[in-house]
Every structure is written in structure tokens, then in C-alpha cells.
Ligand binder design. Structure first.
Ligand code: SAM
Length: 255
């Protein structure tokens, strides 16, 4: 997977991607990160890429031409796929998810466009962007952090990036359930013991426990996800009994 990032702050992208798992993945050649500075395409002696918005209003807007030139350069010299997906990070986009990460991980190369200030001139967005993606319903100062969030989530799904590919399959959101709780040594900490089943070495019991804990955790923390999950009858009963218990507690709590 090769990521091309159009940004005013390439060092922010490079510094963050060079550490930990993504850093190792870059060294091993599983992913490549090509951060391109939009300012290099400003075409004026002060390298200015923003201007006042037509119609007035607060802040500045990134101009169309430098962004367009930057993209043309990527297309001509830095990318090998014909029609890459060009993702504009925007609070107005479709909200990013694990399913979207899976879709993007199937691509060979991706282009990210990071906005700043009040955003980017609409005309160049119409010209080059294929996907508008938000990382959540809040407004950040720039698109670099959202691009990093996306690249991190996508990289983990690229074959070879995680030492243990199984972990990506059992993690939260895979199969619409959250992951079960995790424990490591020591066996007892502050009087709290690791659940006995985890020490049993019995794979069948372990698999049943993981699944049950995933259902319980999802019902407790993200019940909205259960609508899409495929649950056995027994699991549905478990969820209902938890809902019943919650109702009882809240009624008792009020009385
Ligand atoms: N004026 C824009 C609006 O109201 O939609 C917000 C501009 S924001 C201050 C500057 C840049 O940060 C955006 O162009 C976008 O690239 C990025 N950004 C901010 N919040 C984001 C979010 N939740 N998801 C993805 N990108 C975001």
C-alpha cells in the first residue's frame, strides 16, 4: 500500500508514521508514505497558498491552483495506478469506520488531501476528489490528524503489517461486536484475579468465553452495534436478560 498525502505539514505526517507498528511496516516495505507539500506548488515567491473567501466571512481558504498542481504532479510522477481514490478529509464527509478501512485496504495506492484554515476552494474539490471522509462530528484545525487516523487503521489491515493477522479478525467491530476484555501477567493484581478460564488451556472453553464476553461488552457499551450482529438464540436471551437487569436497576435507582 502506498499513501500519497497532499498537505501543508508533511513533517507532521512523516513523524507520526515513522513510529511503532507503522514505522516497522514502512521499514519492511509493507507500506510507503509519500507526503507532498502543497506549498511547493504555490507558484509565487512567498509560497502563499491561501486567500480571503469570496463573500467575506471569517478565516482564509486554500486556493485551487496549488492543490491542483500538486495532484497533477502526483499523478504524473509519483503514483502508478490510473484512477486512484482521492480522499478529502472533511467534517462534511461520510464518517470513517472499520468497514471503510477494509475497503480502502484493498486499494494499491491512495491519495489524501488535507485541508486547513476554512477549507479548500470548492472548484478543485469538484475536479479531483472521489471520496469525502470525516473522522467524527467535530471540527479540527487540519486534515493531517484525520489522514493519520485513516492511514493507521488501513495499514493494520495490509497483509504483513501486524505480526499476528488473527488479532485484526477478532478485534472490535469485526463481526459487529466489541472485543472481549484482555489480561496479562501477573495472575493477580490488587486482589483481582484473571478469569480462571483463561488459564485452562481449553480452546473450546476459551472460544466460548471470548464470544460470550464480546456479546456482553457490546450490550453494555455499544448496544447499537447489536442490530447488525448475528446472535444465537442463547445470546439473544443473554442480551435480553441484561436489558431487563438494567431496567430493574434504573427503576430501583429512582425509587
Ligand atoms: N469550514 C469547514 C467546515 O465547516 O466544514 C471546516 C474546516 S476545518 C477548520 C479545516 C480542515 O480540517 C478541513 O478542510 C479538513 O481537511 C480538516 N478537518 C476538520 N475536521 C475534520 C473532521 N472531523 N474529519 C476530517 N477532516 C477534518
Amino acid at each position: 500500500m502506498k499513501f500519497h498525502i497532499m498537505t501543508l505539514f508533511p513533517e507532521m505526517i512523516i513523524n507520526a508514521m515513522q513510529v511503532s507498528i507503522t514505522g516497522r511496516a514502512i521499514k519492511a516495505g509493507h507500506i510507503q508514505v509519500d507526503a507532498v507539500n502543497i506549498r511547493d506548488y504555490a507558484g509565487n515567491k512567498h509560497n502563499r497558498v491561501d486567500d480571503y473567501p469570496y463573500g467575506g466571512g471569517a478565516g482564509m481558504v486554500m486556493q485551487a491552483e496549488p492543490v491542483y498542481r500538486c495532484f497533477q504532479d502526483i499523478k504524473k510522477h509519483r503514483i502508478s495506478v490510473e484512477d486512484p481514490k482521492v480522499i478529502y478529509l472533511s467534517p462534511q464527509g461520510r464518517v470513517f469506520s472499520q468497514d471503510a478501512a477494509k475497503e480502502y485496504a484493498a486499494e494499491e495506492e491512495l491519495v489524501f488531501l488535507c485541508g486547513h484554515y476554512e477549507g479548500i476552494d470548492e472548484r478543485v474539490l469538484e475536479e479531483i476528489v472521489t471520496d469525502y471522509v470525516s473522522i467524527g462530528d467535530y471540527v479540527l484545525t487540519g486534515g493531517e490528524l484525520p489522514a493519520l487516523v485513516m492511514m493507521d487503521a488501513i495499514s493494520r489491515l495490509v497483509p504483513g503489517v501486524l505480526n499476528n493477522d488473527i488479532s485484526a479478525q477478532t478485534e472490535s467491530f469485526s463481526g459487529s461486536l466489541l472485543e472481549y476484555p484482555q489480561y496479562t501477567r501477573p495472575e493477580e493484581w490488587m486482589g483481582k484475579k484473571v478469569p480462571q478460564v483463561l488459564l485452562s488451556g481449553n480452546h473450546k472453553l476459551l472460544a466460548e468465553w471470548y464470544r460470550q464476553q464480546s456479546v456482553i461488552r457490546t450490550a453494555q457499551r455499544r448496544p447499537d452495534l447489536l442490530e447488525k450482529a448475528e446472535l444465537t438464540e442463547q445470546e439473544q436471551d443473554l442480551v435480553k436478560s441484561m436489558e431487563g437487569a438494567r431496567r430493574d436497576t434504573s427503576v430501583n435507582g429512582r425509587s
